[in-house]
Design a protein around this ligand. Structure first.
Ligand code: ASP
Length: 336
């Protein structure tokens, strides 16, 4: 009896496994043609938006994929890899500013249209943390790996160990050591993140978010950027959002999940970003903190391809690439 039960269980599992396998391979096989047909049928126009001025170049790489009916997931990964790989961009990936111990520790996460998620935090020595986050999503039963475990996993996947601390960052850090005063400056000076969200011609949404976090942070500090729901959230029925700025404040309100939920309730992407910022404003005031010391910016995109952005104070911009071109836009802000 128990043997029979086991057999039934095993064969049921085998059937599920076969069904899952055939689903995956069929899906992979038909993705491109299905996508093209669907694009023609529903007329979805692709769009990608991303944070800060490095978003313009990053959007360019994402757009190459989107305009050829590629998947939003591939587009956002390729897009954010541009600043990650650029040593001149000092707040993301290779060339990112170190923590107070002189170590470059990177955070990243990714989310696709099926709500698959992957994330790495406090990852050292790997130039493209977003690709490791995607590998966590696709090749492990987990959603988040941190520190040494994330590095070990990356190496096992063939990622190369590199020194990410560029000369300019090392010099600045040594200068900083003279005072060792931790004071993140609002806007681009000593932090920033590329968050990118895209809608493809299938009508599907994905997002990616990657950063070296706050310069001269305590070793082990993790901000919002690798935390699904804080620095990034995607709901393929509703929309997507990503954030930049003081991660502690974004985590406090589960920022990007909030923005998406507000869109679910019927708010436009613009109004949803405004409402999320107003929560941060309120909590900052309640806690008797100075709003002038805080910058947080949200960008959001809905299923219809409408987008919005809002931040605490002036200085935040974002890049939008659609069929009309690739432009940098100054976000509206609360503190006037
Ligand atoms: N949100 C990032 C963090 O807190 C930094 C930034 O976007 O400026 O790590």
């Amino acid at each position: 009896m128990s043997n029979r039960r086991n057999f039934i269980k095993t064969s049921a599992l085998a059937t599920v496994a076969v069904a899952l396998n055939s689903f995956t391979s069929k899906e992979e096989e038909s993705t491109s043609t299905f996508g093209k047909q669907k694009a023609e049928q529903n007329g979805t126009k692709p769009i990608v938006i991303s944070t800060w001025n490095f978003g313009v170049k990053a959007n360019g790489a994402a757009w190459e994929i989107l305009k050829n009916n590629g998947r939003a997931l591939d587009a956002v990964e390729a897009g954010v890899k541009i600043p990650e790989g650029d040593p001149a961009e000092r707040s993301v990936g290779y060339g990112g500013r170190p923590d107070r111990d002189g170590r470059v520790t990177l955070d990243a996460c990714i989310m696709d249209e099926f709500s698959n998620i992957g994330s790495v935090a406090c990852l050292e020595h790997i130039k493209h943390p977003i690709a490791v986050a995607r590998a966590v999503m696709e090749k492990t039963p987990h959603v988040m790996l941190v520190g040494d475990g994330a590095l070990q996993f990356a190496l096992s996947q063939g990622f190369k160990k590199e020194n990410l601390l560029v000369e300019a960052s090392e010099k600045e850090w040594k200068e900083w050591l003279k005072t060792s005063q931790y004071k993140p400056i609002a806007n681009i000076e000593n932090h920033d993140t590329i968050g990118m969200i895209a809608l493809d011609s299938f009508g599907n949404l994905s997002g990616a978010c990657t950063t070296s976090g706050m310069a001269y942070k305590m070793h082990g500090r993790v901000g919002d950027s690798p935390i699904i729901g804080a620095g990034l959230y995607v709901d393929n029925e509703i929309g997507a959002a990503t954030a930049t700025g003081h991660g502690e404040e974004v985590i406090r309100i589960a920022g990007c999940h909030l923005v998406v939920e507000l869109m679910r309730q019927g708010k436009s992407p613009q109004k949803a970003c405004e409402e999320a910022v107003s929560r941060i404003v309120k909590l900052t005031q309640n806690r008797n903190k100075n709003l002038k010391d805080i910058q947080v910016g949200f960008i959001a995109l809905n299923k219809k391809g409408e987008y919005g952005a809002y931040c605490v104070q002036s200085g935040f911009n974002f890049a939008v690439n659609d069929t009309n071109g690739n432009t940098l836009v100054d976000a509206d802000y609360f503190l006037k």
